[in-house]
Design a protein around this ligand. Structure first.
Ligand code: 5GP
Length: 200
């Protein structure tokens, strides 16, 4: 395990090798904001487009935010060994198509997957050289505020997300590094250093 604060290298990553970085963290921690900044500051990074069986939300574009598919198609891809990992989450299937990630790494691009805990564990097994990074809230209360303050989900959904968040935070020790998202720009710089393997 490495410490994001001391900047020690994960044992399994060799210098100069394009890295696969898995970013996880509870709902409401600010993953989209931090990853949005990573995209802007490092366009060379490949972002995996996940597949999901959930319905697109307003403004989401097929092939950009997710590949939206039905359960039968998703299950066919699992059976064909096309998914690097997949998980059931909040009643839907989510997964990472394997080939685009392998192609990006083979082309020398660092790659990022933004996935939940069960998927992160599968990537750890399938690709031991991947580094797992968990984004943490500054405190539990801040996370509760962010999840309830969104005002977009019903209380039942918020409760379920908080339960999942507790489970995810309890898995912190399985991750190579943790980044506290108290400030989006600072968290982005820390994450970029891990994704690119060098100072920004
Ligand atoms: P949402 O429905 O809010 O877009 O995503 C719900 C959860 O699914 C988030 O925690 C997100 O990180 C996770 N997720 C998105 N894509 C994948 C994927 O390809 N695999 C796994 N395991 N989780 C994913």
């Amino acid at each position: 395990m490495i410490d994001a604060k001391t900047g020690a290298e994960p044992r399994t990553v060799r210098q100069g090798e394009p890295r696969l970085t898995v970013v996880s963290g509870p709902s409401g921690v600010g993953k989209s904001s931090v990853l949005g900044e990573v995209r802007k500051r490092a366009p060379e990074v490949y972002f995996s487009v996940s597949m999901t069986t959930r319905e697109p939300r307003l403004g989401e574009i097929d092939g950009v935010h997710y590949h939206f598919v039905d359960t039968a198609d998703f299950e066919r891809l699992i059976a064909a060994g096309e998914m690097l990992e997949y998980a059931h989450y909040a009643g839907n299937l989510y997964g990472t198509p394997r080939k685009p990630v392998e192609a990006a790494l083979a082309a020398g691009r660092p790659a990022v997957l933004e996935i939940e805990l069960q998927g992160a564990r599968q990537v750890r097994r399938a690709m031991p050289q991947a580094q797992l990074v968990m984004l943490l809230p500054p405190s539990w209360d801040v996370l509760v505020d962010r999840l309830t303050g969104r005002g977009t989900e019903d209380p039942e959904v918020v409760r379920a997300r908080l339960t999942t968040a507790r489970e995810e935070l309890a898995a912190e020790a399985e991750f190579d590094a943790t980044i506290v998202n108290a400030d989006v720009q600072a968290a982005t710089s820390e994450l970029l250093r891990l994704v690119l393997g060098r100072e920004q």
